[in-house]
Ligand binder design. Structure first.
Ligand code: MN
Length: 590
């Protein structure tokens, strides 16, 4: 995958453009302003009034100079791209350093400008940011280079999240200027964007960017749907009047309840309308009117506002969601409700505080946009997630595996389970083994058995939201202490069902390190015996001798006890089933 090199300089130089076209694009670009940095500076200063515009001009001059003679596929001078990327960052409210790095983000990759020179000219911070978005190695193409590039970027983002903001802005502008590409390559690039970058943007909570990325992806992947939704949104008679009426009445309701805040229409972006339309199987684009209430006061005012809204219009049963009490996994917080508004039409209402509103829009970028006002520095928590992602970095031997794990961790659905009196977030369809590695990465290898809601369950069972899980490891089990001095490790088949990154990494590492003798027959026998011992214990039973076990093996048609124990380890035979029959055999010997 080679999104960046495609717009890249090398091609522009190699294929001489018709002179007239080149001149035209040069003229049109330079003709619209004497100083192309003016708009950028103005946007930046509107959010950060005391920002240093000098360094922006200086970095623009360097970038313009280095990219001179290079052209985009559209025919525009190359510098139009970094300038547009910097503009996107400025509108997001990023700091001056980010903007400088955005202006220079392609110089090291596409020109003779080196990281050393960059460091000398603009310092280590800018250098780190530019290096983070620079390709792993231009000499390599294809899947490996792509994965390495993403890993490199995420490692850099772990030290400074602004790397990711620049990368997302870069991709957004590239996606917006894909017009010159074939439909196939547009679809390929859009799909790649959807694969990792959009979910990353979502997880880091930068909705302001994600909305734009979503829409441009939809535009390239589903051009007909995009056109239909655009048509629908632009031609709905009475829509704005209706929303204004709703906003006015909502304001009145808040005033009467003495809750202070602001109410605004909250239009959905095209992708979100498209998703709901498809999900609901609607023939025409499906889009409910939506408003947002941003209260001035504390969190408790949100509930007061909810009361006011529900007093004004009847709520639709089952549509209230409290993301304040239970934030989404990207830490989004708000109250959501749907009410039967004027004329009996359904209206969606979002309710949040000012701080929640900012966080919902800017996520990890919030602290850059509002550096002074947010003492608690929201966005830090999403960074915790990113740091955790990087904990695997040491364990991932190859970049492809890293990427696969990242995708998995980014998967939208998550479940919450309870263990040891705490809650744990796991990917949907996780198993007790996933939980075991989450509870204690070092001891996951020793997992023997698990109970789900009090009942013994196979280790590969899918956990569900709210399950209460208990994990038993070898050290809990009835294994001879002398024998169990060294953990015997996980089973290879676990890789077939584990969902979490942590578990995959640990199991892969275990087998990769080759410190494990693998799973010998002897180990399987031992594990099978331990599993049965543990299962018996759940029934408050124990075995004084192996005689009943040997008899059961014979009755079940195994050549010997060892073969049956291997079957238990390999889950060809359920331990519960063995234990039930064993108890029957002991209690009723005939
Ligand atoms: Mn770029």
């Amino acid at each position: 995958m080679d999104v960046d090199a495609g717009h890249g300089a090398a091609l522009g130089r190699a294929l001489p453009m018709p002179l007239a076209k080149r001149l035209r694009s040069l003229l049109s670009f330079q003709g619209n302003d004497d100083d192309p940095v003016t708009t950028l500076t103005r946007t930046h200063r509107a959010i950060h009034p005391s920002a240093d515009a000098g360094v922006l001009r200086r970095s623009y001059a360097v970038a313009e100079n280095m990219h001179r003679g290079q052209f985009r596929k559209s025919g525009d001078p190359y510098i139009s791209h970094p300038l547009a990327v910097a503009q996107i960052c400025a509108e997001l409210g990023m700091d001056t350093t980010t903007l400088v790095a955005a202006l220079l983000h392609d110089t090291v990759e596409d020109t003779s400008y080196t990281l050393e020179t960059l460091n000398g000219d603009f310092g280590p911070e800018v250098t780190h940011l530019v290096d983070g978005v620079t390709k792993f190695d231009k000499a390599f193409y294809g899947k490996v280079a792509e994965a390495e590039t993403i890993r490199k970027m995420i490692v850099a983002a772990g030290k400074d999240v602004r790397v990711l903001v620049i990368k997302l802005a870069d991709r957004l502008h590239n996606m917006r200027t894909l017009g010159a590409r074939s439909p196939a390559s547009r679809a390929r690039i859009a799909t790649a964007t959807l694969d990792v970058l959009v979910p990353l943007c979502d997880r880091l909570g930068i909705q302001a960017l994600k909305r734009d990325l979503d829409d441009v992806v939809l535009y390239h992947l589903e051009p007909d749907s995009f056109a239909r939704i655009e048509e629908h949104v632009k031609n709905r008679p009475g829509w704005n009047e209706y929303l204004n009426e709703v906003v006015g009445k909502a304001r009145g309701a808040l005033r009467r309840t003495k809750v202070y805040g602001d109410v605004q229409p909250r239009p959905r972006h095209y992708y979100s309308i498209w998703k709901d339309t498809v999900a609901g199987g609607h023939q025409v684009p499906f889009d409910l009117p939506r408003i947002v209430v941003v209260v001035d006061g504390p969190e408790t005012d949100c509930y007061a506002a909810l009361g006011a809204i529900h007093g004004q219009w009847r709520p639709v049963a089952g549509r209230f969601k409290d993301f304040i009490a239970s934030p989404k996994n990207n830490l989004y917080r708000s109250l959501h409700t749907t009410v039967t508004g004027p004329e009996g039409r359904l209206v969606e209402v979002l309710i949040r505080t000012v701080s929640m509103h900012r966080c919902a829009e800017f996520g990890v970028a919030t602290g850059y946009r509002y550096p002074k006002s947010e003492a608690e520095s929201p966005g830090q928590d999403q960074l915790t997630w990113l740091k955790r992602v990087l904990d695997w970095q040491e364990d991932a031997t190859d970049a492809g595996q890293f990427l696969a794990s990242l995708r998995c961790d980014l998967a939208e659905a998550q479940i919450t389970v309870f263990a040891k009196g705490q809650t744990f977030e796991l990917p949907a369809a996780s198993t007790p083994v996933d939980l075991a590695y989450e509870l204690n990465p070092g001891k996951g290898d020793q997992t023997l058995a698990a109970t789900i809601n009090g009942r013994l369950a196979p280790l590969g069972s899918e956990l569900r939201d709210g399950d209460v899980v208990e994990i038993f490891t070898e050290s809990d089990g009835p294994i001879d202490p002398e024998e169990s001095t060294a953990p015997r490790g996980p089973r290879k088949e676990w890789l077939g069902f584990v969902k979490s990154t942590q578990a995959q990494m640990q199991i892969n590492r275990y087998f990769a390190e080759d410190n494990a003798p693998g799973i010998s027959i002897q180990d399987k026998v031992r594990l099978g015996r331990a599993t049965i011992g543990l299962t018996l214990r759940k029934h408050d039973r124990g075995l004084a001798s192996e005689v009943p076990l040997r008899r059961l093996a014979e009755e079940l048609g195994y050549p010997d006890l060892e073969t049956m124990l291997v079957a238990v380890t390999e889950r060809n035979l359920e331990p519960d089933q063995v234990v039930e029959q064993l108890i029957a055999l002991v209690d009723h010997p005939d």
